[in-house]
Design a protein around this ligand. Sequence first.
Ligand code: HMG
Length: 387
Amino acid sequence: MSTVGIHDLELATTHHVLDMADLAEARGVDPNKYVVGIGQSRMSVPAPDEDVVTMAATAAAGIVERHGTDGLRALLVATESGVDQSKSVAAFVHGMLGLPTTVRSVELKQACYGGTAALQMALGIVAREPGAKVLVISTDVARYALETPGEPTQGAAAVALLVTADPAMLAIEPIAGVATIDVDDFWRPNDSSTAVVDGALSMGAYLSSLTAAWDDFAARGGVPIEQIDRFLHHQPFTKMARKAHMSLARHVGVKLPAEAMESGLVYNRELGNSYTASLYVALASMLDAEDDLAGKRLGLFSYGSGSVGEFFTGIVQDSYRSVRRPEADRAAIENREPVTVAQYVDLHRTVLTSGEDVDTPRVTRAPFRFAGIRGRARRYERTGSAA
Ligand code: HMG
């Protein structure tokens, strides 16, 4: 059988950005705690007319423009910041992109792991029907309450992946190691717009999940660690990926060079946590930063609190340099408009409920915007074409 995997990738983020040094100053904390201690420089902050739907549609629009919709059989959207308990983000995005009715559309959730679950489902669909294409979108806004330890680990982004046979970017190998462990380390109750977290427990749960997923990967005949050239770990903050890398090396009993994961940290340090999208932001970061990855094997660890972890591998394809889009990815990050801490606090406090009709102010420059609520239903507008 031919290979299956990621054929194209596009990144989107928010209109605004907050500098972590400004947040540290406002919170009376040494900026080095955020910049060095947790490893974050800035975080994305959504404008009032942006949400997970607009970011998802923005990320996917470019892929649809480049590849069309022929053969597109599914649109799988992973998020833990869903905007409705019933209608999926996928159904909104399907309409906004004008996709054919023959594309099945669904939303998936298991904290930050949902994007990897969607990717595995997409690989299954394509393996069964090699001419099929699947759009997988991971989109999230990480929100913790103001003035809590989680506050500097917020952020937002979406990553759209086109999954096909004979992919141009990354062929995903069939063996994966999985660990599902029921734990209350991080969750978001239905009546809360911010997450509840036990920080220390969550870091321990993440690392236990990594070693358990690795053990399952090894038991199923996964390649020895020496045959993995680069590592990408879920990044709630970039220091966590460093901790994961060291923990995996200790667990397996080998020395893993720190450089084997550095290039995957660049974008997350700028965007903050983007939950489901974070691992795929790291993938974009690594593919954009390194020119000699063709033929190299990447090891990817996806973690979603609650918890599910998965370790899997992929081989970078020879053509990755012709399909990656480093200028566009960097532009999405660099074109964000800075906000002051006071503006960020105002934006954070504005949580719309569906009880009243609302028109949102026009702020975002993205090709889609959240226009407001009418008759309890969310309304979206297309305002431009993909970048
Ligand atoms: P905290 O308790 O305020 O921070 O919150 P701390 O005191 O532990 O310090 C953090 C680091 O900064 C430490 O480094 C300090 O030493 C260092 P470490 O020892 O860990 O290497 N530090 C300094 N460094 C330089 N100069 C200084 C300085 N001061 C301190 N002056 C915590 C940290 C991560 C707990 C908090 O931000 C939090 O609760 N975040 C949210 C939870 C989280 O991200 N958990 C990660 C694992 S769970 C996960 O990844 C899933 C998730 O993405 C959700 C999902 O699945 O949906 C979150």
